[in-house]
Design a protein. Structure first.
Length: 123
């Protein structure tokens, strides 16, 4: 009787535990696509913006904004420069976000979603 009870509790725990596993977030999926980092700090000209987070941003922007016959893709050099700033502002404009050139939580979320679901942007 005790073994059945313990076995039943273990089985219930496994079944309930399996329900806690969720699908990867858009952020995680986009990070796997570009694979520079999972970190999504606030980026922009007025912030210290260099390194893997900027490379991740540049990679994701390239994934959605550049396709055959489009302008030159961003260099994934990890430095925030005029081209990265312009691409961010264009993305923000095309997706209805405030065009402030700051990549904060709203811009990251929208960008991650576009990378995972759309693959390109026509604006």
């Amino acid at each position: 009787m005790r073994n059945r009870l313990v076995g039943g509790l273990v089985t219930a725990g496994i079944v309930l535990g399996a329900g806690l596993v969720t699908a990867p977030t858009a952020s995680a999926q986009a990070s796997q696509y570009c694979s520079y980092t999972n970190a999504e700090p606030t980026l922009g000209y007025n912030f210290t913006s260099s390194g893997d987070a900027v490379k991740q941003l540049q990679c994701e922007l390239n994934a959605i904004t550049y396709y055959p016959n489009a302008s030159t893709p961003l260099s994934k050099d990890g430095y925030w420069g005029p081209a990265t700033d312009g691409a961010v502002r264009k993305f923000q404009q095309c997706t209805g976000l405030q065009q402030d050139g700051v990549v904060g939580p709203q811009t990251w979320a929208k960008l991650d979603g576009w990378v995972v679901t759309h693959g390109w942007i026509n604006c």
